[in-house]
Design a protein around this ligand. Structure first.
Ligand code: ADP
Length: 333
């Protein structure tokens, strides 16, 4: 539509009114629409841009997520590999430690072997002479006497089997499996192992074990090994002493305290700390210097402590502190 020089554009929308026979036209001016066009275009361009940015962002995010998942699974794989390596190293270390504990135990037994030999030879010699006597009694037709002798022979073989059994169970390689362990039983068994040496050196034993159940949590053979180490060290330390007494006491307060005291020269003040170090030894012949360091490890693995002092009346006194084992505590923990 033209008016003068200017020309206006209208949008024509029409509707047919059949009853009236009219066609109604509505002319809407295009000017306002055309004026708002750039703003509309800008708006749609912005929306488009926003949409494009959103898409880009979400695809980047997805890619990042994938990268992160990949990195995470790689990390998990690495951690798993590393854990396996560490587990293997740990197993190897434990095996080596077990071997070392076993080697130290056999060294102590080795140093006691002469007296153990003696302990076994005594009943063996007795067996022989009782067997010879039995032969003679039988030849002289004295079956009653022969039967008495046979009874003694049986007792002697039982004693030999007992001694061999003690050493067999002590020298067997322990797997380090913990269980409720009878503390006093362990001390008594350790005493059986060192008994031949105690007899040989003429050591006086002064053992006072209180009545009642004394239980600790740990490996029985390893705990015995600790007592055998300390007792055999004490016997060696007393070799040059005129008075040789080995005293063993067990006290119980909130923990067990086992004291093992000898009447030897004691430990030099400068060596108090060193004696628990691996390979520290003053024994030139048999010592590996591992006994006390391994004993300390065993006691610490049982949540206990071991220390040494010089007793007022001379000699070294070792204290071993161990937690009391209460069955209910372990069940509930
Ligand atoms: P080893 O018995 O092979 O020497 P240990 O680790 O058992 O190794 O002992 C280390 C050192 O501690 C001994 O060589 C000794 O010098 C000292 N020692 C241990 N027990 C006593 C003791 N009862 N009296 C004096 N010294 C001791």
């Amino acid at each position: 539509i033209r008016s003068g020089n200017s020309q206006a554009q209208y949008m024509d929308t029409h509707h047919l009114m059949t009853k009236a026979g009219w066609r109604v036209h509505i002319l809407a001016p295009m000017k306002p629409l055309l004026e708002s066009m750039p703003a509309l275009m800008l708006l749609s361009a912005s929306i488009y841009l926003l949409l494009a940015l959103g898409l880009l962002f979400s695809s980047e995010r997805r890619r990042n997520l994938q990268r992160m998942q990949l990195a995470q699974s790689l990390l998990e794989q690495r951690v798993e590999e590393r854990t396996q390596d560490l587990q293997q190293a740990n197993d190897r270390l434990k095996d080596t430690q077990d071997e070392l504990i076993q080697a130290a135990k056999l060294t102590v037994i080795g140093s006691l072997s002469a007296s153990i030999n003696h302990e076994l030879n005594q009943p063996l010699a007795a067996l022989r002479s009782y067997a010879q006597n039995t032969q003679t009694f039988l030849a002289r037709n004295m079956p009653d006497k022969a039967s008495d002798n046979l009874k003694i022979i049986i007792e002697l073989t039982d004693r030999l089997a007992d001694i061999v059994g003690q050493f067999k169970s002590f020298t067997r390689k322990s797997q380090g499996t913990d269980s409720a362990t009878d503390l006093k039983g362990c001390i008594k068994q350790a005493l059986t192992i060192v008994q031949p040496e105690i007899d040989k050196q003429g050591v006086e034993l002064d053992v006072l074990l209180p009545e009642g159940q004394y239980q600790v949590w740990g490996d029985k053979v390893r705990l015995q090994q600790v007592f055998v180490n300390i007792m055999s060290n004490a016997i060696v330390a007393m070799q040059q002493s005129s008075k040789r007494t080995l005293s063993i006491r067990v006290n119980c307060a909130d923990k067990f305290c086992i004291s093992i005291q000898d009447s030897g020269p004691g430990v030099r003040e400068s060596q108090m700390e060193k004696i628990f170090e691996p390979y520290f030894t003053t024994s030139e012949r048999t010592g590996l210097g591992l006994g006390l360091s391994i004993s300390q490890r065993i006691i610490e693995s049982m949540q206990g402590q071991i220390n040494v002092a010089n007793a007022e009346d001379g000699g070294a006194i070792f204290h071993i502190i161990l937690p009391i084992y209460l069955a209910e505590e372990r069940q509930s923990s």
